[in-house]
Design a protein around this ligand. Structure first.
Ligand code: GLN
Length: 468
């Protein structure tokens, strides 16, 4: 724990943490030490330091969603996932940086500034990129970039992210750590400040697949405070030491050969497919025909749920309140104008439009129907006997910050989420497998994602562990 705290201080320039709960962490770690001395540790996570994305509520500890709107907000309770970790003796190090309200895929759009990718400071990258890391650096991806940077820079062993359209897998890929998006409903969302309730899941970031499996075993479970949670199919996720991949059928969705996919990702994708094939797995092309419509529908549904979720930030109940109080309406408007950044306001507006009586049928309902077709595409492939899909996660390795912020926001996230959000539309599990750096040309990490049928989290993790 002390080493992690030291490391947080040494890597301040990454801007991975918004809040560091040092005093609390030291006390928790001392209590864990005491349990070890007495020979009564609570379990596998006792004493293990962890970091939490700042859109999960933490009792009495500021929870900002990287927004001015929530500056100073200290929730009176902890999210179920945070509480479960604390109950296991895990030690909370602090809250990690993100895009404001988890809207984004760069971790560049939060009120506390962008997160820097730790690999930007590695010698091979510096030598090859020609970038001066003081003035420019690679982004972490997002929106859980602070959590990914924390795990990648070794300032935490474990970090929680959230994944609504790819926010755990995207930064995990760009920072070279394991990232798991569990099946929707397997892990409680209670206390995760909502983005898109029908797609949000807490995500797990670790240094190894085995660690992610252990954490999932602790976090999963029905929660009376989240009516969408389901009873888990198994008690824990202890992975087999060796699995037989030779019986697996692995699908390569042809629609994922998307425009803009970098040569490097393409070649790594076929390299990993070859590795699986050489081990005896059957690797075959499959089709998910509605994939091309997914990104548009995701953005309609996301905006609609955002418009409804953000309505609670009115300046009266909690968080920021404007000084402009000439009327109630003026107070609402000024508070929301001052509190939200342009990305958030840019989703609330179309979201309210999609939800108008006259556009509901045409946009919201239509997007829901296409969402069903996207889920059915996956279901058909899996019911035809395919065990899992192997796909890219991002179009390329992390772009530099200067490059990333050039493009206009909407096109940017529309491109970035192309491979990740269909999984959220369908509620499926998906671990991100980082690829080993020596095999890459870029000196910046990339990763591939596995996708499986609902509740196949363990099988996917076992394969991810085999690839590791
Ligand atoms: N980039 C996506 C978005 O901006 C994903 C966000 C997320 O998963 N939290 O909506």
């Amino acid at each position: 724990c002390q080493k992690c705290l030291d490391r947080i201080k040494k890597t301040r320039y990454l801007n991975a943490y918004i809040t560091v709960t040092e005093e609390q962490a030291v006390a928790q770690a001392a209590a864990a030490d005491e349990r070890f001395r007495r020979g009564t540790p609570k379990g596998p996570l006792d004493g293990i330091p962890f970091a939490v994305k700042d859109n999960f509520c933490t009792e009495n500890t500021e929870t900002t969603c990287a927004s001015k709107m929530l500056k100073g907000y200290r929730p009176p309770f902890s999210a179920t996932v945070v509480q479960k970790l604390l109950d296991q003796g895990a030690v909370l190090l602090g809250k990690t940086n993100l895009d404001e309200f988890a809207m984004g895929s760069g971790s560049t759009d939060g009120a506390f500034g962008p997160v820097r990718n730790p690999w930007s400071y590695s010698t091979p990258y510096r030598d090859r990129s020609g970038l001066d890391p003081d003035s420019d650096w690679a982004i972490t991806g997002g929106s859980s970039g602070g959590s990914a940077a924390a795990v990648a820079s070794l300032s935490s062993f474990l970090a929680l992210g959230s994944d609504t359209g790819g926010s755990t897998r995207n930064p995990a890929a760009l920072c070279g750590v394991v990232g798991l998006k569990p099946t929707y409903g397997l892990v409680s969302r209670h206390g995760l400040i909502p983005l898109v309730n029908s797609m949000d899941v807490p995500g797990i970031m670790t240094r190894s697949v085995h660690d992610a499996a252990t954490v999932l075993g602790v976090l999963q479970g029905q929660d009376a405070k989240d009516s969408t949670t389901i009873r888990p199919p198994m008690e824990n996720f202890h992975l087999p030491d060796d699995i037989d991949v030779s019986k697996l059928r692995i699908g390569i969705p042809k629609e994922y050969h998307a425009p803009g996919l970098s040569q490097e990702i393409l070649s790594q994708w076929s390299r990993v497919a070859d590795i699986l094939e050489r081990a005896g797995a059957r690797v075959e092309a499959v089709s998910l025909p509605h994939t091309q419509h997914s990104i548009v529908c995701y953005h309609v549904l996301c905006a609609a749920e955002v418009a409804s979720n953000m309505a609670r930030f009115d300046g009266l109940q909690y968080g920021h309140r404007s000084a402009e109080d000439s009327s109630t309406d003026a107070l609402y408007a000024a508070t929301r104008h001052e509190g939200f950044n342009g990305v958030v306001r840019g989703r609330i507006l179309p979201g309210n439009y999609f939800l108008l009586k006259r556009s509901y049928q045409r946009y919201f309902l239509k997007a829901q129907q296409v969402r069903r077709l996207i889920a059915q595409d996956f279901a058909q492939v899996f019911s035809a006997g395919v065990d899992l899909l192997l796909t890219p996660t991002t179009l390329s390795h992390a772009p530099s910050h200067a490059h990333f912020i050039q493009e206009d926001n909407r096109t940017r996230s529309a491109q970035e989420d192309v491979f990740t959000q269909p999984v959220n539309m369908a509620g499926l599990p998906s671990p991100l497998c980082p690829l080993s750096l020596p095999a890459l040309r870029s000196a910046l990490p990339i990763g591939l994602q596995l996708i499986g049928a609902a509740l196949q989290d363990r099988k996917l993790l076992a394969v991810a562990g085999w690839l590791e």
